[in-house]
Design a binder for this molecule. Structure first.
Ligand code: NAD
Ligand code: IPM
Ligand code: MN
Length: 372
């Protein structure tokens, strides 16, 4: 058997632990029945850890994290307000630090409506049916990291808050290249989203995408302004195949697209960096949602985003797209039988996070039996 891969598991805050527990049960099923070989190492990470220990995670573990073959991540955020962590600390040592230090420039967020959810999703069935597109979000540039930034006291009772939206050609090209290659493997349609009618960084974004397009004649490139794109998502999501955009627009558009999938709890994601010297491509798998303090601890969170992120790991890190497809079928089958509260539907039982995880495992066993 091949050398086991080193996978670090950071369940994180709030519902992170609840959804990760189900994702790990699913991963263990694949290890047992489909021959996956990996060492899983669990580490504490997050705002709750920070409050208790003064650190988001152990510094030695952070060094190991940078060497891991992949990270499975739950959520970052913690329960808020009583004792908020200063934004400066969150930014320097939290999730954004991991993304930046791992060099995770391409965040892949698939948007799909399971056939079982077509009637439960908030949009009309004729809009959501058969939607299947992917948002590629640039993850380590733009306004999230741009300088100058900060809040200055102007001394006259006024303060000024500043952030900088900045992109270089190479930052745009590496994520653009990733998006063109993905589109070439799919329906060969790439939509680049910017605000080039107002922002110079958007002008450069569009220019670089047009330049890349010359090397990919097989892919049809089109452009949308981000405001028009937000509307297009709700009206014609089926027209989309691969969408590429910057860090902030990608953050917003992916949550905005979540009603298409039924709920924010449905969406998985994977983030990738450039291959290391040993050929391993840094990879980070996490649901799109956050720590959901409003429902944390109740055992009612939807684990699909976390479970489908395991599917993205089966494909992205283990190279097993057949197993990723098997898991997708199992999740679809489980959704046809029962639901968590966020996607409940008359006539189907509303179940806990744990029971939904069990329904996915049951479906996997049945699929295995039927193909054995
Ligand atoms: P959120 O994604 O945590 O929650 C938004 C809404 O969606 C809430 O009503 C929540 O109950 C619901 N929701 C989210 N996931 C769900 C699930 N799996 N099942 C059912 N319902 C679900 O966003 P927020 O409330 O704006 O932020 C809470 C905290 O999480 C903040 O600290 C924020 O910074 C952080 N956050 C972290 C990540 C991440 O770790 N990648 C992503 C988004 C937000
Ligand atoms: C996400 C989250 C993060 C982001 C936060 C928690 C920093 O909203 O992963 O979508 O804004 O990137
Ligand atoms: Mn977000």
């Amino acid at each position: 058997m091949a050398q086991p891969l080193d996978i670090m598991v950071l369940a994180g805050d709030g519902i992170g632990a609840e959804v990760m527990a189900e994702a790990i049960r699913v991963f263990d099923w694949f290890a047992q029945w489909r021959g996956f070989n990996a060492n899983l190492r669990h580490e504490e990470f997050g705002a709750d850890a920070y409050r208790r220990t003064g650190r988001f995670m152990r510094e030695e573990a952070f060094a190991d994290l940078l060497k891991s073959d992949a990270i499975l991540f739950g959520a970052f955020g913690g329960t808020l307000e009583a004792n908020p962590i200063p934004p400066e600390i969150r930014r320097k040592f939290g999730l954004l630090r991991i993304r930046r230090d791992m060099g995770l420039f391409a965040n892949v967020r698939p948007i799909r409506c399971s056939p079982a959810l077509v009637n439960a999703a908030p949009l009309r069935p004729e809009i959501t049916r058969e939607v299947d597109f992917v948002i590629i979000r640039e993850l380590i540039g733009g306004i999230y990291f741009g300088e100058p930034r900060g809040i200055t006291d102007l001394g006259n009772g006024e303060k000024r808050g500043v952030n900088t939206q900045v992109y270089t050609s190479s930052e745009i090209k590496r994520v653009g290249q990733y998006a063109f290659e993905l589109a070439a493997r799919r329906r060969k349609n790439l939509t680049s989203v910017d605000k080039s009618n107002v922002m110079e960084s958007g002008q450069l974004w569009r220019e670089e995408m047009n330049r890349l397009s010359q090397n990919h004649p097989e892919v049809a490139l089109n452009h949308l302004y981000v405001d028009a794109c937000a509307a297009e998502l709700m009206i014609h999501p089926r027209r989309l195949d691969v969408l590429v955009t910057d860090n902030l627009f990608g953050d917003i558009l992916s949550d905005a697209a979540s009603p298409i999938a039924g709920s924010l709890g449905m969406l998985p994601s994977a983030s990738f960096g450039a291959p290391r010297e040993n050929g391993v491509r840094p990879a980070f798998y996490e649901p799109v949602h956050g720590s959901a303090p409003d429902i944390a601890g109740k055992g009612i969170a939807n684990p699909c985003g976390a479970i489908l992120s395991i599917g993205m790991a089966l494909e992205g890190t283990f190279g097993r797209s057949d197993d990723a497809a098997l898991l997708q079928r199992a999740v679809d089958a489980a959704l046809a039988k029962c639901r968590t509260a966020d996607i409940k539907e008359d006539g189907l039982p509303t179940v806990s996070t744990r029971d939904f995880g069990s329904a996915v495992l049951d479906a996997l066993q049945k699929l295995r039996a039927s193909t054995a």
